[in-house]
Design a protein. Structure first.
Length: 248
């Protein structure tokens, strides 16, 4: 299972199940980021080759000449200080065996396939909660990448990856208790807020009902007053028209 293999290896590193391995990976990543920040890969490779080769050149020549001067032996008789490594080179066909290459390729394919599988599960929303958390984390990284440099972000994520899970594992009881306490506080606040919302909803319903009742009574009163006014007006017009008819 590539995904399970990748998760297992990452958990082994972040929980420091093998301290030497986790420390080596952490130290290597931090040193790589720090060195690549100031120097190019060509500079680092040429500097490493120059220093290692120059040191071995001085060491081998000093070994030869010191033994020749002190013992009086010719250079052909003096044993090379790296004779064991050179004999191992001559004894085997290549520096890398076929099994080692196949194993390395299999590990690389498992890691790549595991990463692709996890990304596809997140993108295709296999689990809504996981995909939502991934979107939130990606948005945070997106925001941080616009504020700080990429190498600083890599250093920050590397340190968090190797420290936070281990610290949580060591203080899991206290962290879980604090998280549960805060969760209970949030739940109680939400419950009180929900009750307040229910009360406000009921008050708004009552206010709306009262407003409708007042509006209805106002409409009825206005209609009644208008009817009385219209009746009075018609009565007055009838009274004024009768004397005019008698006069005619």
């Amino acid at each position: 299972d590539p995904s399970g293999y990748l998760v297992t290896k990452l958990q082994s590193l972040m929980y420091w199940e093998h301290p030497a391995q986790s420390f080596g990976v952490l130290f290597g990543l931090l040193c790589s980021v720090y060195l690549s920040q100031s120097y190019s890969l060509l500079y680092l490779a040429s500097a490493a080759f120059t220093l290692i080769t120059a040191f071995n050149w001085v060491y081998v020549n000093l070994h030869y000449h010191s033994h020749r001067v002190l013992s009086g032996k010719p250079a052909e008789v003096i044993v090379h200080p790296h004779s064991d490594a050179l004999s191992m080179r001559d004894a085997r066909r290549t520096w890398f065996t076929e099994e080692q290459v196949n194993h390395s390729c299999q590990v690389a394919l498992n890691v790549l396939e595991g990463v692709v599988e996890q990304v596809m599960e997140l993108v295709l929303i296999e689990d809504s909660w996981r995909s939502g958390c991934a979107v939130a984390i990606s948005f945070i990284l997106w925001t941080l990448a616009s504020l700080i440099s990429t190498k600083s972000l890599v250093v920050l994520l590397t340190v968090l990856f190797f420290t936070v899970p281990r610290l949580y594992l060591e203080h899991q009881v206290d962290v879980d208790a604090y998280a549960m306490h805060q969760q209970n506080r949030v739940k109680s606040w939400l419950k009180e807020h929900q009750q307040q919302q229910v009360m406000l909803y009921k008050l708004s319903e009552r206010a709306q009902t009262l407003a409708l009742q007042l509006a209805s009574k106002g409409m009825q009163l206005a209609h009644t007053l208008y009817s009385q006014w219209a009746n009075r007006k018609s009565a007055v017009s009838i009274v004024t028209e009768q004397p005019m008819d008698h006069a005619k």
